[in-house]
Design a protein around this ligand. Structure first.
Ligand SMILES: *[C@@H]1O[C@H](CO)[C@@H](O)[C@H](O)[C@H]1NC(C)=O
Ligand SMILES: *[C@@H]1O[C@H](CO)[C@@H](O)[C@H](O)[C@H]1NC(C)=O
Ligand SMILES: *[C@@H]1O[C@H](CO)[C@@H](O)[C@H](O)[C@H]1NC(C)=O
Ligand SMILES: *[C@@H]1O[C@H](CO)[C@@H](O)[C@H](O)[C@H]1NC(C)=O
Ligand SMILES: *[C@@H]1O[C@H](CO)[C@@H](O)[C@H](O)[C@H]1NC(C)=O
Length: 653
């Protein structure tokens, strides 16, 4: 049975941090005690494998295919695309009243994997050369530890074929638009006419309309402004490509996901160690009513850290530095927050919003693409960025709509005494009581989905809707009978702040807790469903539609120009563009540190819907046993499955 939970009671568990993320850290070890670089992390490789294979002169080696590289590596200009939610026909009645209509346009999802064949000698040699080059650059007595990406990140036991089978078996075929595999490529010859892309040997790529194998060269892009002066721009970024492709850094590769052409409105992003174990439906990923489903681990906080701040106590090659840097970027744009970690399973990404975020931070994103290993230089975590950007923009849109479009009724940008009274109406006592509304109950979610012609989620509880407010609202203990937050009018709405822009900036960013509580107040005012109290009336002053500005792409809230007088349609559209759900599902993240950990894999009596398995075996002794055990487990699950993209009779390690 579905059930609503409190998701925002927030305690960072230090134990959890220690165990999960700082585990392999030689905590206070002096610098010179770090292990020396491991140049042959994958396998020792004979030197001449660095020579690229030449398909033109003979047979293409197994596991590779030739393709024509793109003419240009320059980033295309950003174009605003509507999100899936914005395509709902009854936007106004749904956003304002919570009255749904049939969703004429059905959502589809692209399942996207990033994959590297860890035992491919050409790639291993390329990687070793990159590690050697990077190590050579780090000379001097205070040389930081450089181990290159750990070899375990690349060890495989047949994950990829089984991950794809698991998705094929569990997701409705009508929901999946395409299966997309993003893999490495290397130069094939000196003429630059062809490159070679890695393809799993068991894969039949003939049905390109539904299965797309893309290579790094096909998505890695650089903004022209980020190319070094010395670079010859006439070659349209090809020198840049040659420096940074192929990439061995998952953050660098993920940073380029927004550049995959012609994506469905939603991406379900998997690493090859992610699996779905139970049948799921569209609403487990997204719906046009409620938006994308994010799965967030609320007991694990991520603090913002500016580039250059101390990395003491952090595993530089882990995922933590990228998360902290990304949160700092979000702090600059939306105000300082301890945002929360995303559950370590496959992720849902709203594509138009991901592209918007990538456009805002395009320099930071291309810098990330240029980082060939984790932990060296600031690196954006695209998945974390997209998720929290969506949540923050929804909050911003609510406050913008109320303060700048509704409360400033004549849209002159200044609060008259009468307008100011409307603004702070009901806040005089300072206490805003809080209750989850009827409209967000499991019953109404099911009914609304049904009215929209959609199935209920099969394996997800919708714990928190974006129309429940800002999930990080801090001053609130939601599970107490007297749940409330407080607004001090003198602090949140100082009399000196006369323009609507000043008030909005103060409430939304400078004093974030004011904005969080104001949202709760207005949600209560809106009644059991909908967000009516945030919206300007339909007759509100409104600029002509050809004057509607494109989305702001500034990186800091102080630089964004928020305009008065945009009217009701604009407000409704912005709010619903960033609609989202926070959900929980039966899920498990398993780190295999010892061979016996295999026993903790889910079995039939202990099913989860979403699983991620990391091979983190510390000792080389158990590798063969672990390989056997994993293959046995995969065979039990998907041994009988043959997806249409699997070649007949191929060996499927
Ligand atoms: C990875 O590369 C090795 C060496 O070429 C090959 O034997 C193996 O089959 C490849 N694995 C896949 C899944 O393509
Ligand atoms: C008005 O708001 C701005 C934020 O835009 C803030 O920096 C400023 O201190 C406020 N002024 C007064 C007089 O409260
Ligand atoms: C608004 O708050 C009041 C006071 O707590 C409560 O009685 C009422 O039910 C709330 N309204 C909604 C729609 O949640
Ligand atoms: C299934 O997994 C659970 C939890 O990991 C374990 O307690 C149980 O013994 C397992 N059952 C079987 C039949 O292996
Ligand atoms: C690949 O799939 C096509 C049909 O889509 C089929 O005709 C062909 O025989 C397959 N090739 C192999 C090697 O399985």
């Amino acid at each position: 049975m579905l059930r609503r939970r409190n998701v925002a009671v927030l305690l960072v568990s230090i134990t959890c941090l220690g165990v999960l993320f700082f585990r392999s850290l030689p905590a206070a070890a002096p610098i010179d005690k770090y292990p020396p670089p491991r140049l042959h992390a994958v396998k020792p490789v004979v030197e001449n494998t660095l020579v690229p294979p030449k398909p033109a002169n003979g047979k293409t080696p197994d596991g590779w295919r030739p393709f024509k590289p793109p003419d240009s590596y320059l980033l295309k200009p950003f174009v605003v695309e509507p999100s899936l939610t914005q395509r709902l026909p009854c936007l106004d009645s749904w956003v304002s009243q919570g009255k749904p209509c049939v969703a004429t346009e059905r959502g589809t999802v692209d399942a996207v994997w990033t994959w590297v064949n860890g035992s491919e000698p050409i790639l291993a040699a390329t990687r070793n050369a990159v590690v050697a080059e990077a190590t050579a650059k780090l000379q001097g007595p205070r040389r930081p530890p450089f181990r290159g990406a750990r070899s375990t990140h690349f060890r495989e036991h047949g994950e990829m074929i089984n991950s794809m089978r698991s998705v094929w078996k569990s997701m409705p075929s009508t929901l999946v638009n395409k299966y997309i595999l993003l893999t490495a490529d290397v130069s094939a010859d000196d003429t630059e006419e062809l490159r070679l892309g890695s393809v799993p040997i068991w894969m039949n790529t003939s049905q390109e309309s539904r299965l797309q194998v893309l290579h790094h060269s096909e998505v890695f892009r650089v903004p022209e402004t980020s190319l070094p002066e010395a670079d010859n721009r006439a070659n349209k970024g090809r020198e840049w490509r040659d420096r940074y492709v192929p990439s061995f850094n998952s953050l660098a590769i993920e940073s380029q996901l927004p550049n995959i052409p012609q994506l469905a409105p939603t991406v379900f992003y998997l690493n090859d160690d992610c699996f779905i174990l139970k049948p799921v439906s569209e609403a487990d990923f997204e719906t046009p009513l409620y938006g994308p489903v994010f799965r967030i681990q609320f007991n694990l906080g991520v603090k913002g850290k500016s580039p250059g701040s101390s990395m003491m106590g952090v595993d530089k090659e882990g995922e933590w530095p990228g998360l902290q840097y990304t949160n700092w970027l979000l702090d600059e744009r939306f105000g300082k927050r301890e945002r929360r970690y995303l559950h370590h399973i496959a992720k849902v990404l709203p594509v138009p919003i991901m592209r918007e975020a990538a456009a805002i931070w395009k320099e930071e994103v291309s810098q990330t693409a240029e980082s060939r290993f984790r932990g060296h230089g600031p690196q954006v975590n695209m998945v974390f960025l997209t998720t929290w950007y969506t949540i923050e923009k929804h909050r911003e849109s609510l406050l913008y709509s109320f303060i700048m479009l509704r409360a400033d009724a004549n849209a002159d940008g200044v609060f008259s005494p009468a307008e100011r009274r409307t603004l702070i109406n009901g806040l005089e006592s300072g206490k805003v009581s809080f209750s989850l509304r009827e409209g967000g109950s499991p019953h109404w979610i099911d009914v609304n989905l049904q009215r929209a012609g959609l199935d209920s989620p099969k394996e997800t509880e919708y714990d928190w809707l974006s129309s429940d407010g800002y999930p990080l609202i801090a001053t609130l203990k939601k599970n107490t009978p007297d749940a409330h937050c407080t607004i001090d009018v003198a602090v949140c709405f100082p009399a000196g702040n006369a323009t609507s822009l000043d008030v909005f900036r103060r409430v939304a960013f400078e004093k974030g807790e004011c904005g969080d509580c104001l949202i709760s107040h207005l949600i209560n005012r809106s009644g059991p469903t909908g967000l009516a109290a945030f919206l300007p009336p339909s007759g509100a002053p409104s600029v002509p539609s050809d004057e509607i500005p494109t989305l702001p792409l500034e990186r800091r809230w102080k630089d964004v120009v928020f305009r008065s007088g945009m009217g009701r349609n604009y407000a409704v559209n912005m709010i619903h563009r960033y609609n989202y759900v926070i959900g929980t599902s039966p899920m498990q993240f398993l780190e295999l540190r010892q061979v016996k950990d295999v026993r903790r894999l889910p079995n039939v009596t202990n099913p989860v819907a979403f699983l991620a398995v990391n091979d983190d075996l510390r000792s080389p002794l158990g590798v063969a046993q672990l390989d056997l055990d994993m293959k046995t487990w995969y065979a039990q699950r998907w041994g009988g499955v043959r997806a249409w993209w699997e070649k007949e009779g191929a060996k499927k390690d």
